[in-house]
Design a protein around this ligand. Structure first.
Ligand code: ADP
Ligand code: MG
Length: 331
């Protein structure tokens, strides 16, 4: 029974780790009975109900861009997840939770309170880029500058870390979900084809890329003709999808450049040596490392388990709460 756990309360997924192991990973979704307000399902079970509910049932995603948008629902969700991993134990766990680098004091308090209300004995907060860096295997306490770029669903967080603290950071609103929206816009403009976000995400994962591929890939996309309203199939290739997402990629690159410009020279010199580490689901886009390297001329590495970096970092921090004391936020 884990007494120290780390939680990445993400926009898309909530992941819980104990030490270096993922012990739960479920969509951040809650299904609620609108008549009496009771929780019907959470996680994977609730996600299946998204878009398929009837008038007395609604499925909601209580976390938006990494911030709690619906407090009570977030508490219900966390409670259910914590209960699952602690197996109804009598003991309350100590919890390390990741928060976006730029949340307000009010939001920090809300996250802490949500953790306590959900059954934690104590809640420690860690900034997401710091957790991502730890989860990516960076030794954050060293007197050496490291850069982590976490490309999530809603936001890309860029940070320079040294001596266990964040020296410079920036977050831009271009990330995984922006690519999906770019694809929707492109298909509509070019082919009069309306797509849903799930299909757009599939297109991105199957044929999306940031750099030209040796063999460009083609895919049949099913949607609806935006003029006639009837079902329609269009064949698109990876070069077109690359063009569709190019502006969002540009925004991410500009975001990285602006952080480098604000980085003190000694640390910038370290980063030229140690390179940039990419984490988050967006880091799995083909050729993204190469594109950043082409534009910035610094080596780029993709973390080993990009989607789990933040969660693994919280799990690791939770297992060494005493040693990590200095890196937690606000206490
Ligand atoms: P968050 O922390 O905001 O919940 P994640 O780090 O879990 O976000 O990343 C989610 C994003 O990663 C989504 O936009 C998803 O579409 C994208 N993603 C997941 N797998 C892939 C893949 N293989 N290729 C491209 N994007 C992916
Ligand atoms: Mg994340």
């Amino acid at each position: 029974m884990p007494l120290e756990i780390g939680i990445d309360l993400g926009t898309a997924n909530t992941t819980i780790c104990q030490k270096e192991t993922v012990i739960l990973s479920e969509p951040s979704v809650v299904a609620i009975n609108e008549v009496d307000g009771s929780v019907v399902a959470v996680g994977s079970e609730a996600k299946e109900m998204l878009g398929r509910t009837h008038k007395n049932l609604c499925a909601i995603t209580p976390v938006k861009e990494g911030v709690i948008a619906n407090f009570d629902t977030t508490v219900s969700m966390l409670k259910a997840f914590i209960k699952k991993v602690t197996k109804n134990s009598f003991f309350r766990p100590r919890v390390v939770m990741a928060i976006p680098a730029c949340v307000s004091e009010v939001e920090k308090r809300a996250i802490r309170e949500a953790g306590i209300a959900a059954g934690a004995k104590e809640v420690f907060l860690i900034e997401e880029p710091m957790a991502a860096a730890i989860g990516a295997g960076i030794e954050v306490a060293r007197p050496i500058g490291s850069m982590i770029v976490d490309i999530g669903g809603g936001v890309t967080e860029i940070a320079v870390i040294s001596l266990g603290g964040i020296v410079v950071s920036n977050s831009v609103k271009a990330a995984g979900n922006s690519f999906d929206e770019d694809i929707i816009g492109y298909m509509k403009r070019k082919y009069n084809l309306s797509l849903g976000t799930i299909t757009a995400e599939e297109v991105k994962i199957q044929i999306g890329s940031a750099c030209p591929l040796k063999d460009e890939i083609t895919m049949e996309v099913h949607g609806r003709d935006s003029v006639s309203g009837l079902p329609k199939n269009v064949s698109v290739n990876s070069a077109e999808i690359r063009e569709a997402i190019s502006e969002s990629l540009e925004i991410i690159i500009e975001g990285i450049k602006s952080v480098l410009e604000k980085t003190p020279p000694e640390l910038a010199a370290d980063i030229y040596e140690t390179g940039i580490v990419l984490s988050g689901g967006g880091a799995t886009l083909r050729g993204l490392g190469m594109l950043i390297n082409k534009n910035i001329d610094i080596p780029v590495y993709i973390a080993e388990e990009p989607l789990n970096c933040v969660a693994l970092g919280t799990g690791r921090a939770a297992s060494e709460i005493k040693k990590m004391k200095g890196i937690f936020v606000g206490d």
